[in-house]
Design a protein around this ligand. Structure first.
Ligand code: NAD
Ligand code: ZN
Length: 256
């Protein structure tokens, strides 16, 4: 999208949709300065490959390094704010039914005012016991007090004394089944699915737009770069989340 004029077919779809489900990925938060996995990391962690730290193997090998990396990411997210894309989705929910399904582990949708239907890959802010799953909220899990070092010993679970782990889904781990069920329902029942800021290569999240298309539900994709999904969707908007979502919202008349 090189100008601000919206394709009339996209405008019609958006106006006619009473229930919109949005599937967001790391690109949703890029304009809030939360790096995607593909962006080069800066500083302390630049020589590490995030996809190698986000694994159960990395945790078994060096839990103190993995804990420190997640504490650093949580601290980074705390220092950012929602962008106009997040804000547009929260405002959209005042006018229509909007369900947000996100692969993001940040809390920027919530801070913009959206009720998130499913955090498919968990949250940076919900650590839990690695053995008994008890949620952990001790002060030593607060990223504000984490030190900027390459290793921080994870806290111990007050119930079973095992190590507390980040509340995220690592590569190779199954998604939390309740989150996946909510996401699948949100994608199957909506009038319009919007996919924004995801490279569409991490499954099963990437299957949600495919399922919607197979069920005859129109799908709009927003991404500054084409993805494997772009040639399959109903409309591909080659733009960013903070530009594309407010442009769509302009087409949605206020409720009442
Ligand atoms: N903010 C976060 O919570 C965060 C950050 C990094 C990684 N992750 C995790 O990384 C995994 C990677 O999958 P993914 O597909 O979400 O991310 P990804 O890094 O694989 O892909 C990001 C996509 O966003 C697009 N993009 C970049 N800037 C954009 C913008 N301004 N507006 C819209 N799109 C933009 C890119 O072209 C790319 O297609 C996920 O499991 C996710 O949990 C999360
Ligand atoms: Zn425990």
């Amino acid at each position: 999208m090189t100008d601000t004029t919206l394709d009339p077919a996209i405008a019609d779809l958006v106006r006619g949709a009473a229930w919109v489900t949005v599937c967001s990925g790391a690109g949703m938060s890029a304009e809030s300065n939360v790096p995607t996995f593909r962006d080069a990391e800066t500083g302390l962690w630049e020589r590490f490959d995030p996809t190698e730290l986000a694994t159960p193997q990395a945790w078994s090998r060096d839990s103190a390094m993995v804990w420190a990396w997640y504490q650093w990411r949580a601290k980074l997210v705390r220092s950012t704010t929602p962008n106009p894309g997040h804000v547009a989705l929260a405002e959209w929910a005042d006018r229509r039914t909007v369900m947000v399904v996100t692969q993001n582990v940040d809390d920027l949708h919530e801070r913009a005012g959206s009720a998130v239907t499913a955090h498919l890959h968990g949250s940076l802010f919900e650590p839990r016991c690695s053995h008994c799953d008890l949620p952990y909220s001790g002060i030593d899990a607060d990223p504000e007090v984490a030190t900027e070092t390459l290793r921080v010993q994870p806290p111990s679970c007050p119930r079973c004394l095992s190590e507390v782990r980040p509340g995220v889904v690592w590569f190779g781990e199954p998604l939390p089944s309740h989150a996946w069920e909510r996401a699948a329902d949100a994608a199957a029942g909506c009038d319009l699915l919007i996919v924004v800021g995801t490279s569409g290569i991490v499954y099963p999240a990437a299957s949600l737009p495919e399922r919607a298309l197979a069920a005859g539900i129109p799908v709009i994709e927003i991404n500054p770069e084409p993805t494997p999904l772009s040639s399959l969707v109903t409309h591909f908007m080659q733009t960013t989340a903070a530009v594309g979502l407010p442009a769509l919202l302009q087409e949605v008349p206020p409720a009442g």
